[in-house]
Design a protein around this ligand. Structure first.
Ligand SMILES: Cc1cc2nc3c(=O)[nH]c(=O)nc-3n(C[C@H](O)[C@H](O)[C@H](O)COP(=O)(O)OP(=O)(O)OC[C@H]3O[C@@H](n4cnc5c(N)ncnc54)[C@H](O)[C@@H]3O)c2cc1C
Length: 379
């Protein structure tokens, strides 16, 4: 045995799993095909929105509250500031499924929030152009995370706790030999009792499955200059998600002082292979983003001054897979976070450590079970 546990992929989920597994005193080795904190995949682009009143489903709230606690723990241990609490504005008509879930989360879990009507909206957040019939919900336990620094912080903390890290080391295959889980990486053989797969958009390539349950999708973002950058600071411009009819987009205040990030939910293409990600912003990508900013954020100049192209693994129902995928419970999959996983990665790391050590977790992860699409023993 080379260690009790191998973690494959040290991006968002894998880095947090490595940290939490090492914290339990279990011997663990992490493999990452690129450098630690790289931005070729899902965790790049300077910021990720953290929010707790959750439009994707109120069942996530306990995981999100735990994530908040663990982000603060990682900050204390690493000495790095990772989460800036700005609040989050959820904007849209109150009866859309997204907004209904936001309100349900706030109500069912007694989350600190405010519902703003059009007059209050205009007074407090004039940066967003109002549309008739829409409301704003201000989720107070929300803000912006620093993803690259968070990944590096978690891996460094894990190393301090005894974890081994092999960067620039691509895992080529894993196999259950009956006694061990065999991992081949950069041509070398390793053996573990258990393995956590956290390979993000590469999951379907790495773990061939005829149905390709996780698809790599391209996502783009832009950073915009403001007519007056003072209007887009962390204390007066919370992170936001807006759904206005067909237009779905999100953004953050300025974190570095000169630009404001905005991005649209739009089909920018499914990749045949994640190694083929086109990282240049195309004119057709830009058109949608430009028009959205022009229409809804009149105090920004609509031509981005910086752009970024990333990707994430998506499932068919846009909820992730968290759980074991073999009968023995030796192979744990964390994948398919479908464009909304970063905020919860700290708690997902903890859940992975629970699954490794105990085979179960106190968190309700029924809605994330891989068996809703995967056959057990499909690896
Ligand atoms: C543009 C964009 C904006 C987003 N905005 C938000 C947001 O505001 N809030 C939010 O919560 N979420 C957001 N998300 C989603 C979130 O970032 C992702 O869901 C999350 O980062 C996915 O984490 P992951 O660990 O699955 O993948 P990754 O972070 O990509 O990690 C996978 C890792 O595995 C490595 N790997 C793959 N194959 C191998 C192999 N064979 N051997 C070794 N290593 C391997 C990769 O190199 C990578 O480091 C956004 C995503 C994108 C792309």
């Amino acid at each position: 045995m080379d260690g009790d546990v191998g973690v494959i992929g040290l991006g968002s989920m894998g880095s947090m799993a490595l940290w939490r597994i090492a914290k339990k005193g279990i011997s663990v080795i992490g493999f990452e095909q690129f450098g630690i904190g790289h931005d070729y995949s899902a965790a790049g682009g300077e910021s990720r929105i953290f929010r707790t009143a959750y439009g994707e489903g109120a069942e996530y709230v306990p995981i999100l509250k735990e994530s908040y606690r663990l982000w603060r723990e990682l900050e204390r241990e690493s000495g790095n500031t990772l989460l800036h609490l700005t609040g989050a504005l959820m904007i849209g008509e109150p009866d859309t499924p997204f907004m209904a879930n936001v309100l349900k989360s706030a109500k069912n879990f007694d989350l600190e929030h405010e519902v703003l009507d059009e007059q209050q909206w205009k007074k407090r957040y004039p940066q967003h152009r109002p549309l008739p019939g829409e409301i704003m919900v201000l989720d107070k336990l929300a803000g912006g995370l620093r993803p690259e620094l968070a990944v590096v912080s978690a891996v460094k903390q894990a190393e301090k706790l005894g974890a081994k890290v092999y960067s620039h080391c691509r895992v080529e295959s894993i196999k259950n030999t009956g006694n061990t889980i065999q991992v081949m990486a950069n041509g070398k053989e390793y053996h573990f009792k258990k393995v956590v797969i956290a390979t993000g958009p590469w999951t379907s390539v790495f773990m061939p499955n005829p149905k390709r349950q996780i698809h790599a999708k391209r996502l783009v973002m832009g950073w915009f200059a403001a007519k007056d950058i003072k209007k887009f600071q962390q204390d007066n411009f919370p992170v936001y998600i807006r759904e206005s009819g067909e237009d779905k987009f999100y953004g953050t205040p300025t974190f570095e002082g000169s630009m404001v990030k905005a991005a649209v939910y739009h089909d920018f293409g499914t990749l045949q292979h994640p190694d083929e990600l086109e990282r240049t912003m195309m004119p057709e990508d830009l058109k949608h983003l430009r028009e959205t900013v022009q229409k809804y954020l009149p105090d920004l100049y609509p031509d981005p001054v910086r752009t970024g192209v990333y990707m994430d693994g998506f499932t068919n129902d846009e909820h992730s897979f968290v759980g074991s995928i073999d009968e023995d419970g030796c192979i744990i999959l964390l994948g398919g976070f479908s464009g909304h996983g970063f905020k919860m990665s700290s708690a997902i790391g903890k859940i992975a450590a629970d699954l490794v050590l105990d085979g179960n977790t106190s968190f309700d992860i029924g809605h994330l079970s891989p068996t809703r699409f995967y056959q057990k023993n499909s690896v």
